[in-house]
Design a protein around this ligand. Sequence first.
Ligand SMILES: [Cu+2]
Length: 168
Amino acid sequence: MSQSTAKQWSTEKLLLAVGIVAIAAGAAVGVSVGYAVHYEAPTTRAFYLFNNSLPFDQHTWGIPHDTFSPDRITVNKGDKVVIYYRNIEDTTEAHTFTMDAPYTFDAIVHAGQNESFPIASSLHSASNVVVQVNQTATISFSATWAGVFRFYCAYHQPTMTGYLVVLG
Ligand SMILES: [Cu+2]
């Protein structure tokens, strides 16, 4: 009896069993780490946001060629969001960063291409900030509400639109 049992556990089966146990253990560790990361304390998440121009004729297509890059910002509820918004136009075209209720933000607009240049303007609890060519804006707010929220450029609709995804 014991001999036949030993026969059943051939090297191949033993390796298979060890493999399955290893995969199961790995998955358990992965899930545990996933939960630990998911429930970690709120943190500050920084993003660099740019305007982008797609290479098509706006008059032919009847829509602006402007878009956001990136056009998705994903955070956890409770995070502090900091967006470094840059107008990298090669023409004298302004863009806005605009959000609808419930989100508002604080924004500091810098006159030059980086934050060391003198401040052009400062906004508190704004829902719209205009950034001229070569200007940058530091936009910050807390991700208080979970859900999917549109952010957009008021001058280039409907194409220059992005979404803030707040995981609850
Ligand atoms: Cu725009």
